[in-house]
Ligand binder design. Structure first.
Ligand SMILES: [Zn+2]
Length: 815
């Protein structure tokens, strides 16, 4: 890992990360010395969730076989040598070699992974193996004084490394490594019931406080410039378990002001900071909030998550280039072979999970979780290795290829977090509120045993191959099920025992209150649209997605020197789920792309690449485009009049209309057109708008069709080929009326005055189907229909679907 060593040589605070998991909720659930403050959702223990066959269980199986394969004596070799015990084991290589300053970290990860594997599988071989390691670690710790160390010290390297970090001398990341060991011990205690592990851990915690009590606050803060993993997290988790105030005090000695202070003010100062050095500190912050109720800790964590996920995150959910955060919104300009370190996403998922517990009403937390767990975590283990070898980075430059760890000669940080990630997939599918509400967050086949309610919930799904899932209840009782409706799932539908429920709103939780009986079934349909995600810094650089699943283009052995070009119009579905072709290139889910070169990002051409907000016409005595995109409109035989706000275009009903630039929505698969209209007299077949190239190819909204109601239609085959959204009534006369048409995936929705009035869930046509439209008119038809009589105001065009709340917001705001 020359990159890592280069960073060290440069004097940077180097390394990676990791830590353990969900210890907190386990502690609260199992021993509950101190309940968490400020949470309104709780995890189920891993023991309550049985995973059914899926890509996740395939990953888990490989990692579990690796855990059983590893030789304890090799993993304990340097620990024994460090306290003068003999060891004849073969030394490990890579980052666990006897001369590597990070040695011992993998043993900590292994303890966490063994504890999780035991809790989720019940296979005692994992516990037996972990117990044996704890026994030796306790023996090593008991020899601290003999070896010349302070009481409680336990490591595979000498305590002089701590002297060096305190003295600001060159050393890799000693507290980072100790954090892994401490977290592993806590997991062995909480998940595998090992009492000795807690004794060893509290000894280490006392030693940590002893070391840091000797320092001034300034010395401690200076020391925190060296990567220390999640020391504040594991010590806070220990405090929640023991209630010993010394453990919280020790945790807070690792509150890094240089990082926390700007985040508390919601300032993004992350540029040029080693990414995975920072993320665990923030996982610690949210746990310190849960332990203390001090809202500043919560604000630091919430602000960090918002900053990182919105301004530093690639389409696959990962962050960092060359391990570092870059300036905000640099994405397309930061594509390399060392992007998206896997530890980072491991820690971001831990943080996301804690934030969900803090505020489970925010569905975007678990939307991000889904994005990252499929597109990076699942994607970064080699399916061709029976031991689950793991990526360090996930290259995102065009022509990148995944490379992996090995049995004994790698032991990079991400190899360690990979062992953990792949042994806890059951930990974030379901949550509860401590009472009678169940959250269903992920669509992973599994069986939940909810012992507090005496029921089991079985989830059957082939997601993401198909956009649907089924929940079957066994047992009975009154409780509430809240199912996450992902923001991408426009057109989602929900049935209980075959009876359709109110249309669930994407980006929220659908709530089902009922008294359940054995055999009750919930069916959720989640339409997975083919979409593209543009980078923040270059709208033409885009990733292709189906629902939340990022597709990778397969390039075999071809190394690419530039982003491949993609014309979205050429994307063609194949008979294999989620697999497409475009210009001879096959695209498939990125999590399935291994063993060949690929591209996640494309230079998108074909027509034009549209900004999300295409054009905005306030018509305030001007036809200019207020979006800044320069799409100036032209008034033809029309003038301005009093508008809904400001002025509006007045249309005379005989020859007046507004012409918008050619191809204004060309290439858009999703779109929205929202506007205000005041119709003087409602005349059948007049047009609010009509975009097209003539009577064969167009899309239009008429206030009244021959059936007497408003209609949106889109066609590439004349009136006989129209796909329609039929409103229940004509648009009204004489009153300002807000109308909006949106399309996302195959779902078209018509809104009138801020509320949905009709939809068509089989609308396969989109503006991109129409080609380069040259007659884009407001108030005029492609046919020889009557012109509109009235006024039009505040016209907005988007290359995305507005949400229902955005549409109602425009209606409420009157603009
Ligand atoms: Zn790593």
């Amino acid at each position: 890992m020359p990159t890592r060593r280069t960073l060290l040589a440069a004097g940077a605070a180097a390394t990676a990360a990791a830590a353990t998991t969900l210890v907190s909720e386990r502690a609260a659930a199992a021993t509950a010395a101190r309940p968490d403050t400020g949470v309104s959702a709780y995890a189920f223990p891993l023991t309550a969730v049985q995973l059914l066959s899926s890509p996740f269980t395939a990953n888990t199986g490989r990692t579990q076989s690796y855990l059983l394969f590893l030789d304890n004596d090799r993993m304990l070799h340097t620990f024994r040598l460090n306290v003068g015990l003999s060891s004849s084991a073969t030394a490990c290589g890579g980052w666990e070699s006897p001369t590597t300053e990070l040695r011992g970290h993998s043993t900590g990860h292994l303890l966490s992974a063994l504890a999780q594997a035991y809790a989720s599988s019940g296979n005692t071989a994992f516990k037996t193996k972990g117990d044996a390691m704890v026994t030796v670690l306790a023996q090593c710790q008991s020899r601290a004084a003999t070896a010349g160390y302070n009481t409680g010290y336990l490591s595979a390297f000498p305590e002089s490394f701590i002297d060096r970090v305190e003295a600001r001398q060159s050393v890799w990341a000693p507290y980072y490594t100790l954090h892994k060991i401490m977290a592993g011990l806590l997991d062995m205690h909480l998940l595998a019931g090992n009492a000795q592990a807690l004794t060893v851990l509290t000894g280490m915690a006392s030693w940590v406080k002893f070391r840091n009590d000797r320092l001034t606050q300034t010395q401690r803060q200076n020391m925190l410039d060296t990567e220390f993993g999640g020391m504040n997290e594991v010590l806070t988790n220990l405090y929640q378990l023991t209630g010993d105030a010394n453990h919280l005090a020790a945790a807070q000695q690792f509150d890094h002001a240089e990082i926390f202070d700007p985040l508390a003010s919601n300032v993004d100062s992350l540029n040029n900071y080693h990414a995975n050095t920072q993320i665990p500190k923030i996982v610690g912050a949210i746990r310190e909030y849960h332990a203390t109720g001090t809202t500043r800790y919560r604000d630091i964590a919430v602000n960090f998550w918002d900053i990182v996920t919105k301004h530093h995150t690639y389409a696959i959910g990962g962050n960092s280039n060359g391990e570092y955060f870059k300036a905000p919104d640099r994405i397309a300009s930061e594509l390399s072979d060392s992007t998206a370190e896997c530890c980072n996403v491991y820690n971001m998922l831990k943080l996301t999970r804690q934030l969900f517990l803090t505020n489970p009403s925010r569905a975007d937390y678990m939307d991000y979780y889904e994005k990252a767990v499929y597109n990076q975590t699942l994607a970064s283990q080699d399916p061709n290795s029976t031991h689950g070898f793991q990526c360090y980075y996930v290259p995102l430059r065009a022509g990148g290829i995944k490379t992996y760890s090995n049995d004994y000669n790698s032991f990079v940080c991400c190899h360690g977090t990979g062992m953990e990630s792949n042994t806890k997939y059951g930990d974030s599918i379901y949550f509860h509120d401590g009472g009678s509400t169940l959250y269903v967050n992920l669509f992973i086949p599994s069986v939940l045993t909810w012992s507090a309610r005496g029921v089991t919930i079985r989830q059957d799904t082939t997601f993401p191959d198909a956009g649907a899932t089924k929940l079957t209840v066994t047992g009975s009782g009154a409780f509430t099920v809240k199912v996450r409706i992902p923001a991408w799932a426009t057109g989602a539908a929900l049935k209980v025992n075959g009876v359709a429920q109110a249309a669930p709103q994407p980006g929220t939780y659908a709530t089902i209150n009922r008294t359940w009986a054995s055999g009750d079934v919930v069916d959720l349909t989640l339409p997975m649209a083919l979409t593209r995600e543009a980078t923040n810094d270059n709208s033409t650089v885009q990733a292709v997605k189906v629902g939340p699943i990022v597709l990778g283009g397969l390039f075999g052995t071809s190394n690419l020197s530039a982003l491949p070009v993609l014309d979205p119009a050429t994307l063609t579905a194949t008979s294999t789920p989620l697999q497409y072709t475009a210009n001879g290139v096959t695209l498939q889910p990125f999590y399935k792309v291994h063993g060949q070169r690929y591209s996640v990002y494309w230079s998108v051409t074909g027509g034009q690449t549209l900004p999300a907000f295409v054009a905005h016409y306030p018509f305030d005595n001007s036809a200019t485009d207020a979006s800044g995109n320069g799409k100036t409109a032209t008034l033809v035989n029309a003038a301005y009049t009093t508008g809904r706000t400001g002025s509006a275009v007045n249309l005379n009903g005989s020859n007046g209309y507004v012409s918008l630039p050619a191809g204004i929505l060309n290439g858009a698969t999703n779109f929205s057109i929202a506007l205000w209209v005041r119709i003087t007299t409602v005349v059948a077949w007049s047009r609010v708008f009509d975009f097209g190239t003539g009577t064969g190819v167009n899309m239009f909204l008429t206030p009244r069709s021959s059936t007497g109601t408003a209609r949106f239609a889109i066609t590439t085959g004349g009136s006989g080929g129209e796909q329609r959204i039929e409103a229940p009534a004509a648009l009204p006369a004489g009153a300002w009326t807000h109308v909006a048409v949106t399309r996302s995936g195959n779902v078209g929705i018509l809104y009138v005055n801020g509320a949905e009035v009709a939809r068509n869930s089989a609308m396969t046509l989109s503006p991109s189907s129409l080609g380069n439209t040259t007659q884009n008119w407001l108030g005029r038809s492609q046919y020889a229909d009557p012109y509109l009589t009235g006024a039009i105001d505040s016209v907005r065009l988007y290359s995305r679907a507005l949400t229902a709340s955005e549409v109602s917001g425009f209606y409420s705001a009157g603009n």
